[in-house]
Design a protein. Structure first.
Length: 269
């Protein structure tokens, strides 16, 4: 079979489509979550060179989390992500955002993933990957990766990786929280086999997922920074009644059931 000459081409991103989609993402999070809370945002904000951010795959929301992080913390970089070719065919607009198709279970798909990803990294792009290759509960252990990530790192030894733990949880309010934790920078030794490199990358992400789980158990937003503020309070007639009562009593109105002390990074977004 002849080689696909376009397989290693860097996907083209539409700036107009990306800006439009980013606004939709922010609106979705503000409507459906109380907040997007983050640990260690500065690690990504100060990152440079070819980057891979690899994350667990807990929810349908994960790609939107990646878009939000990318455009908030690394707005001057080009961002890309692989996606199963079958669902991507149903949402062709996503191709304009830097998302490229892969065939998960074929040798041709693996080859195309490696070629395209290598071209992206060597162009200075940022690659976002969920190497589990499927949805998996954030509490599932052990986590297991497909070998593509380690194989890619072997082809681009200068790349820097960040493990990214993501979790969605209900605390004391009507809407859930999106919790994110950025791990330390990782560079994989070229002497390692793909199997050992994969195991090491799995361990690094597991450590971040465990740390995020412990932070989630505190139910304390002050342990995080606020990447994006969402909807607060109960809403509807009940919230309206509480506002009226606070007005007549001459008291300040607090929408949340509990006081919010987290540091906000969203003021200038």
């Amino acid at each position: 079979m002849p080689a696909d000459k376009n397989a290693s081409a860097v996907p083209v991103i539409s700036g107009v489509t990306l800006r439009f989609f980013t606004r939709i993402v922010r609106r979705y999070f503000r409507k459906h979550f109380r907040a997007v809370l983050i640990h260690n945002a500065d690690k990504l904000r100060h990152a440079s060179g070819p980057l891979i951010i690899y994350a667990n795959h807990a929810s349908w929301w994960d790609p939107m989390v990646c878009v939000l992080l990318a455009q908030t913390l690394l707005p001057n970089r080009n961002h890309y992500a692989p996606m199963d070719a079958v669902p991507l065919a149903r949402y062709p607009i996503l191709r304009k955002l830097g998302i490229f198709p892969i065939e998960l279970e074929t040798a041709r798909g693996a080859t195309r993933f490696l070629r395209t990803s290598e071209a992206i990294l060597k162009s200075g792009g940022v690659l976002w990957i969920t190497p589990q290759g499927r949805f998996a509960d954030a509490r599932e252990r052990p986590i297991t990766f497909k070998p593509g990530l380690a194989a890619l790192v072997k082809r681009v030894p200068e790349v820097t990786l960040f493990p990214l733990a993501v979790e969605y949880t209900f605390w004391n309010e009507r809407l859930p929280e999106t919790l994110v934790r950025v791990g330390p920078t990782i560079q994989v030794g070229q002497h390692l086999s793909i199997e050992k490199a994969t195991s090491g990358l799995e361990c690094f992400l597991t450590l971040e997922m465990e740390a995020l789980r412990e932070a989630a158990l505190t139910r304390d937003p002050s342990n995080f920074d606020v990447l994006l503020d969402g909807s607060r309070g109960t809403g509807g007639f009940y919230a309206f009644g509480r506002r009226l009562r606070a007005l007549f009593q001459g008291k300040g109105f607090q929408e949340d059931h509990s006081k919010r002390d987290a540091t906000s990074e969203d003021a200038n977004q």
